[in-house]
Design a protein around this ligand. Structure first.
Ligand SMILES: Cc1cc2nc3c(=O)[nH]c(=O)nc-3n(C[C@H](O)[C@H](O)[C@H](O)COP(=O)(O)OP(=O)(O)OC[C@H]3O[C@@H](n4cnc5c(N)ncnc54)[C@H](O)[C@@H]3O)c2cc1C
Length: 760
């Protein structure tokens, strides 16, 4: 059975272990002398340039018990051998986002997960507006939008002078106008379903369930050649039983007594990490002869907070030594609390705080911080047997007093332990990468976990594809760590500030210095809203972001500078409301040829293309039309960078697409007045009518006022370069062909041998 054949009826737990069909496509079994991992060793040997094996960076990852459990499997063990461009370990949100990107590229990709099924309910649920924009660029935001609960208002509840809670404020949940989407909630299981459907639609990539890596080898001498396979991973298959750890079914109260509710404890990190046990089980179970040695060009560890891949690399999570235990309860509430269908942050005078998140299907989630434990002191795992849904409920009842709260239906509950930590490195030689919870962990309050994890691999996916396809130099991949580790650090800082304010006791009065001022809390909530929306992400200067300043300072310290001869700096004054480094904001424009209104972002699909958006200004002004003719002539010339970066035989817009938005009126221009570069022609399909747009009044949806909202002067215009992930790389003059060419020459590889690129 293919994993993606699992029914979309997520209410029913899938029973069978999903064994991957994908492996069939790889080489037939052959006796393959395993170099590492032969005896079940869990660990890494890294190979140096002269071929000598060296010890792992982190000796802890080769603990004796891990090395010693060899089972005497001889070198004649039947082993399948395979090769793959990208091997992804972990099919949570981060792994699935990456598989989804790669499903659109035709590159060979495999994704394995130690669990026998996806998750079906609970776990992360908040989706930022930026995440919805990304989903829309992959064409499945509408499914989330329809099923999710939309969160529009946040109510703040605090103690009054008598110590009784009362509503003290209401603020919008998403800053109005920040995005065409607002924050919503839908459980992680559904998000994973949408990814699986999208991946299936575009490729034959299957999540290989019940499969885990048991050994890893990295050959340093092959790291610099992106056509080579420096990574070797041994994969083994788990038994059905091992791949499906038992959930505890309990704690659902019904009129006729107890019946089943799923808990998330089997996935919770309060349960000891079972990876080592699973590795042993994979060695001994009936499928132990299913050993596969996979050679990969890239390996991406999306394997969660306990990341096996991270351990193999010897990379560390750095940060606070305190772990917080969070209790999470998804119930249909029976209550007289008036704001139960709003997102609420409730601080009681002395019983603690609760976050209320209204959800889909009448559900409400309660988040309560239960206790703190010092991680540094012996790993400090809390005693999970003490944490029950009743305990979480009773805490909520104390905080909500005098309002009543109870339930008869509990959909899911968990308790999980979380610290605020960031990985010290996100990549080994830009060939092995870590993403998601594998490199950052923090509290669930601001609903960031799943979002930031998916956005890590959204950042990485197109970069891997461009390097693998030979469009870009490998140096492009350095920007992953520079951009995403910086974001992770910002996130942890935000979480620190927010946690103190959320979990602290409210101040009794202005003299109470230890208490949290509720005014301060409200201000932080409002300011934090932009960060929490995901829209605040602002990537620093680098080879792919042309702005002033020091790239190491603006990133995580990684060197992602452009060589001086290729350096281009934007002219932000030409588009004052389009910050370079942030994602392209969206306003409505009309198609020149058929008058249909589009949100600009809808034109920026995640299909791996760079885009140049030419805001041509008013084309009724002869000098503006003249500039377009000149720019069109240079872009259209066979020696232009556009032609040089497009592989032979592919459409001219397949690597860099040109979109034009003129300032109107629509009726003042005919499409064919513009040079062909702005509406390419093909013998089979005629002119391309979906490249030229106008900022004008639509018949039914008003006027997008794009020029005004983007801060672009219609008499002057501007040109923009937009990355394949919708972030703004460069802003310059409409016809500054030379600057555009210089920008791309900093990291792109000409596809046409023997011809000089017409760059400055
Ligand atoms: C119990 C629990 C409750 C949570 N509740 C909330 C919440 O209420 N709100 C919130 O915002 N966030 C919550 N989170 C965090 C949120 O789920 C994560 O931030 C998010 O899922 C991160 O995505 P990821 O893909 O990086 O990692 P994960 O979702 O953890 O996915 C990792 C995947 O890798 C697989 N894997 C792990 N090790 C291996 C291995 N060695 N080999 C093969 N596969 C492996 C796992 O089976 C899993 O499918 C919760 C997390 C947990 C564990």
């Amino acid at each position: 059975m293919r994993s993606s054949d699992l029914t979309s009826e997520e209410g029913t737990q899938a029973k069978g272990l999903v064994v991957h069909g994908h492996r069939r496509k790889w080489s037939p079994p052959s006796p393959y002398p395993l170099k590492v991992g032969l005896r079940g060793m869990v660990g890494v040997l890294r190979r140096t340039a002269n071929g000598t094996a060296v010890a792992p960076r982190n000796p802890d990852s080769l603990r004796a018990d891990k090395i010693a459990f060899g089972l005497g499997l001889g070198s004649a063990l039947p082993t399948t051998e395979g090769q793959v461009d990208v091997l992804i370990v972990g099919a949570g949100p981060a792994g699935l986002m990456l598989a989804n990107w790669l499903s659109r590229t035709g590159l060979s990709t495999r994704i394995v997960d130690k669990r026998g099924t996806k998750i079906f309910n609970g776990q992360a649920d908040g989706l930022q507006c930026r995440t919805l924009e990304i989903f829309d660029s992959f064409d499945f935001a509408h499914r989330v939008w329809r099923e999710s609960n939309h969160m529009l208002e946040i109510c703040l509840w605090n103690p009054d002078e008598n110590g009784q809670i009362r509503r003290s404020d209401r603020i919008p949940d998403t800053i109005p106008g920040i995005s065409r989407f607002q924050q919503v909630v839908l459980h992680q299981g559904r998000i994973e379903r949408f990814f699986l459907d999208s991946i299936k639609k575009h490729s034959d990539i299957d999540v290989e369930r019940g499969v885990l890596p048991t050994a890893f080898d990295f050959d340093d001498s092959k790291a610099a050649d992106f056509n080579d396979y420096p990574i070797t991973v041994t994969l083994r298959t788990l038994s059905e039983e091992d791949a499906m750890p038992q959930q505890q079914y309990q704690h659902q109260k019904t009129a006729d007594g107890q019946s089943i509710a799923s808990d998330g404890l089997f996935r919770s990190n309060l349960t000891a990490d079972d990876t080592d046990d699973l590795v042993r089980a994979a060695e001994t179970n009936a499928r132990a002869d299913q050993v596969e040695s996979v050679k990969a060009k890239f390996l991406v560890g999306c394997d969660g907070a306990h990341s096996w891949v991270r351990q193999q690399l010897g990379f560390k999570l750095e940060g606070d030594s305190t772990d917080y235990i969070w209790g999470v309860l998804d119930i249909i509430p029976v209550t007289d609390f008036p704001d139960i269908r709003q997102r609420c942050a409730i601080h009681s005078a002395s019983a603690g705080s609760v976050m209320v998140i209204p959800r889909e299907n009448k559900l409400v989630r309660l988040y309560i911080q239960l206790q703190a434990t010092e991680h540094a002191q012996g790993g400090g795992k809390a005693d999970r047997s003490r944490i029950t849904p009743d305990m979480i409920l009773q805490s909520a009842q104390r905080i909500l007093h005098p309002y009543k709260l109870t339930y008869s239906y509990c959909d899911w509950w968990t308790a999980y332990q979380i610290g605020q930590r960031v990985g010290d490195q996100f990549s080994l030689h830009e060939r092995v990468f870590l993403a998601g919870d594998a490199v950052h962990t923090h509290s669930p309050k601001a609903g960031q976990g799943m979002n930031v994890s998916m956005q890590d691999t959204y950042n990485l996916g197109w970069k891997l594809a461009h390097v693998l396809k030979g469009y870009s130099e490998g140096s492009l991949l350095k920007t992953y760590q520079s951009e995403r580790r910086r974001i992770a650090r910002d996130l942890i800082e935000f979480d620190h500030r927010f946690s103190r304010l959320f979990s602290g006791r409210p101040a009794k009065d202005v003299m109470d210095e230890e208490g949290v001022s509720m005014e301060e809390f409200k201000n932080a909530f409002e300011k934090g809203n932009e960060f929490a929306s995901g829209i605040a992400v602002n990537y620093g200067a680098s080879v792919i972001v042309a702005k002033e300043g020091d790239s190491a300072e603006q990133g995580d310290g990684t060197d992602v500078r452009t060589q001086e001869s290729h350096r281009v700096v934007s002219k932000p004054q030409l588009a004052t409301a389009i910050p370079v480094g942030k994602r392209m904001p969206s306003f409505k424009v009309l198609n020149q040829s058929d008058a249909r209104p589009w949100h600009l972002q809808e034109l920026l699909k995640s299909n791996g293309r760079w885009r140049i958006i030419v805001f041509a200004g008013q084309l009724t002004a002869p000098q503006n039309m003249q500039r377009m003719k000149q720019l069109g002539a240079r872009l259209g010339a066979p020696s232009s960078f556009l032609h040089q970066y497009t592989p032979a035989g592919q459409p001219i817009d397949s690597v860099i697409e040109i979109l034009t938005i003129h300032a109107g009126p629509r009726t003042s221009l005919e499409l064919l007045d513009l040079p062909e570069a702005f509406h390419p022609y093909s013998e089979q399909q005629g002119w391309d009518y979906w490249k030229v747009f106008v900022d004008d009044q639509s018949y039914h949806e008003g006027h997008g006022q794009a020029y005004m909202n983007y801060g672009i002067d219609p008499s002057r215009g501007a040109s923009l370069i937009i990355r394949p992930d919708q972030y703004v790389s460069w802003v310059g003059e409409v016809d500054d062909y030379d600057e555009m060419a210089r920008f791309f020459s900093g990291f792109m590889k000409p596809q046409t041998a023997g011809k000089e690129v017409d760059a400055a």
